[in-house]
Ligand binder design. Sequence first.
Ligand code: F6R
Length: 604
Amino acid sequence: MCGIIGYVGKNNALNVIIDGLERLEYRGYDSAGIAYLNSDGLLDIKKEKGKIKNLKETLDFDIKSSLGIGHTRWATHGEPNFVNSHPHKVGKITIVHNGIIENYMELKQELLKSGYSFKSNTDTEVACALLDKIYNETNSIEHTISIFRKKARGAYALGIIVDDDYNHLYAVKKDSPLIIALGDKENYIASDVPAILKYTNKYITIEDDEFAKISSDKVLVYDNNADLKKFEVKTFAGNSNDVMKNGYDHYMLKEIYEQPEVIKKTTLPIIEKDLDSLVNNMPDFSKYKKIDIVACGSAYHAGLVGKNLIEEYANVPVNVDIASEYRYKKLFIDKDTLVIVVSQSGETADTLAALNIAKTHGCDVMGIINVVESSIARKSDIVMYTKAGAEIAVATTKAYSCQIALLSLIALNIAYKNKEIDKSKALEVLKSIRCLPTNMQSVLNEFDEYKKIANKIYNNDKIFYIGRDIDYALSMEGSLKLKEISYINSQCYAAGELKHGTISLIDEGTPVIALVTNEKMAEKTISNIKEVKARGAYVILVTTDNINTDGDYYDEKIVVPCTNKFVQPILTVIPLQMLSYEIARLRGCDIDKPKNLAKSVTVE
Ligand code: F6R
């Protein structure tokens, strides 16, 4: 979603900020802007609708600017246009803002009465006016921020410049990510690590009740009473290579190819010494009678795979919910329920809200999270990290497979400890996890074959996915991947459900991608495939090498190696990801930055 970068230091703020904004492009945005100190020592603000290149064209990069804040905006309050874009300036205060000030209408009324007027429809301009009003009353920016926090409700990360002091930036946050990164005679604020990784990997996180005052050579962190606090300087483990395309045409393709490596990183430390590690390197799940898995989008789909495995092998009931529904529905949870929130970014607003609600019911919350130090990671009682590394493409691939890998390990851990499966079966699963990277590589090596299939179907305006049992959960992810990046209207159905209505949508030549990887269900699913084939569907069968597929009910066949059910989805999803990628490429879509989407959805 929106991105923030701020800079104060010896180099040219314009270069650093524009470069940072470009690195944040993947988050999704529809306008961009910058406020910077010009060569006359005054603050200039430039903003443009559309891509960052439009903004760049308005800037003179030859000037020397020592301080500035920049923003990419993904419109929430008010359409994407010049007035609504950030930065906003009211009186002496200039800000960039991520998140939403929930009570901005109420605050706006008060500010109107105090004589403020507003040009935009945004909550940000209201926040800016509120800061200006308090600053005029207190003449202290530290006290202004403390009072602001008491008055403003909602989630926000703010980068602030005050006209009386162009040597400092201010950073304040609540439930929205913001880091302060440290350089040599230069410091930064950023909503996301990739924005600054080219310059430094040293950073500070500020808590929700803290704020920071940043100059080129000093960072001060204050608590909510404006008293100084000590802070810890952290080192980000990655480097800027982690956020480069490294020769691939798109981040999405690079990230698909990274999967064998990140699966290794995510799983091997947990099972390094076989079953002893599986038991000792994971949390104790034995005290929970039931599990709720809560997430959004692909992470929700990973949760559905997890439910299938935990229920089937560990014999523990699992409820999976979409976070935006969970947060408002009646919940049947208590201290005997483990709530697992799954999130790549660790910032998804609905998932964060679901976590908070689960806590009010006295539940333990476990996060399966990719971004270290993210809000959800910090608020979870227990965290298991997916080690997928920075995921830049908006459509998740490698983080999704790592989420499944951790959920599988949870299923195996509980099943083994509860004696639902015996030692030899558990060891067999561990073996299949160790073989996964090699097997994944062999599936990735078939990309040319998937390309040929993509070439035959990319011009269709609808594509269906069907499957049963765990293949149904996986089909949902395949269908989401396709629609989000190719804009093809794709639907996914449990294979047995088609004849209850949806089959009427199958026309001559309609592509149906049918998953059959579960031997037990194969015969049933194949009958369903024959039903669509009889109605003219162009069937692409995705199956495993152990299943007898004799018959003339499909047009194309993708075969992946058969492995254990615990890890089969991680192999089977690869051709689905690659088909989606290639179809979107053939259709000329902006694969890494699909329209209307954002990488991290920090609004409700
Ligand atoms: C789809 C996709 C989204 C995310 C969803 C949750 O490719 O990326 O559906 O899975 O927005 O995001 P996180 O995992 O960051 O909570």
